[in-house]
Design a binder for this molecule. Structure first.
Ligand SMILES: [Zn+2]
Length: 169
């Protein structure tokens, strides 16, 4: 059963209350408030489906790109383990033009054997993603669940499927 009340587990952490969940992880800029979250944007890491791409690798790569820390709020490994990298209302770095009004979730994978964008989610990732989205939907009922590729004005192909078709709560 999916837990809907606090304390809830979000990203392998027990969140004691809403204030803690909405607060900062690091000293980055914050959105104006919960109403600012208009989109929940799903991404893939654009790595091969049979390759590990660890949190440490992602952190290194994002720092190389000049980010303070991992640009996504959440990362879902192939085994379904979810980690959180930003406070929910911290401005992320994952979707140009939308970072001040969205929460970013990335799943590990997204490239098939030919190196093309594809839906490579494991069953564990699908389960973890559904649970996470359900919790976020409870916190931000106004937010539209969408894929990076579905955002107006983007040329991205990630995450390899259409979340707005799949996650209609
Ligand atoms: Zn993306």
């Amino acid at each position: 059963m999916i837990q809907e009340t606090f304390p809830m587990i979000v990203g392998e952490e027990e969140v004691l209350n809403e204030r803690e969940l909405l607060g900062k992880v690091e000293n980055g800029p914050m959105m104006n408030g919960a109403d600012s979250v208009r989109f929940i944007v799903i991404h893939c890491s654009a790595t091969h489906a049979d390759c590990d791409y660890t949190v440490e690798q992602m952190l290194r790569d994002h720092k190389t790109r000049g980010f303070r820390t991992i640009g996504y709020h959440f990362y879902i490994r192939r085994n379904g383990i979810v980690t959180r990298h930003r406070g929910l209302l911290e401005v992320g770095a994952h979707a140009r033009g939308y970072n001040r009004c969205s929460i970013g979730i990335c799943y590990e994978g997204g490239l098939n054997a030919d190196g093309k964008t594809a839906d490579t989610r494991t069953q564990e990732q699908k389960t973890a993603l559904l649970e996470l989205l359900w919790k976020l939907h409870k916190l931000f009922p106004q937010a539209i669940i969408t894929g990076h590729c579905e955002l107006p004005g983007t040329t991205k192909t990630c995450p390899g499927f259409y979340p707005s078709h799949e996650y209609v709560f």
